[in-house]
Design a protein around this ligand. Structure first.
Ligand code: MG
Length: 161
């Protein structure tokens, strides 16, 4: 039987503020500021979850995990990833690969790609080799360049037999 393939795209952005931990891809990264949000504001996992929901034709992260729901206050966004992967498995979809881009002026993120991949692979129950993480700056242009926030995009491919 032919496989059905579904592509999904996700985007997310959060404001950077002092006094918050910087959590990206499920790991804590030392930085002078952290991302502000209702959950841990992990833009990487939020973009990934939005991409997965897009591929499933299941709406967006705000619909499934509302940012005014006290259950999600301060939670690890890994919870959202686990939930959405479970939703995918229930619908017999398997994640083939994910390609994630983080857009941030600083800090340098490449030393953390391995740890992020390992966390994502664990929660998504796929091989680390199926996940790609990269980062770009905006050459100091705009709100990202001024260090006011960070963004991330993700593309995923799902298949169903
Ligand atoms: Mg978000």
């Amino acid at each position: 039987m032919a496989s059905e393939y579904r592509v999904g795209h996700g985007f997310d952005a959060h404001r950077l503020v002092r006094g918050r931990k910087l959590i990206l891809g499920g790991i804590e990264i030392r930085h002078s500021k952290g991302l502000l949000g209702h959950s841990d504001a992990d833009v990487v996992l939020h973009a990934l979850v939005n991409a997965l929901l897009g591929a499933l034709g299941a709406g967006d992260i705000g619909t499934h995990f509302p940012d005014n729901d006290p259950r999600y206050k301060g939670v690890s966004s890994a919870l959202f990833l686990k939930d959405v992967m479970q939703m995918a498995r229930k619908r017999r979809f398997k994640l083939i690969n994910a390609d994630i881009t983080i857009i941030a002026q600083e800090p340098k993120l490449s030393p953390h790609y391995g740890a992020m991949k390992s966390i994502i692979a664990k929660h998504a129950r796929i091989a680390e080799s199926s996940i790609n993480i990269k980062a770009a700056t905006t050459e100091k242009l705009g709100w990202i360049g001024r260090g006011e926030g960070m963004a991330a995009t993700a593309v995923v491919l799902l298949s169903r037999k």
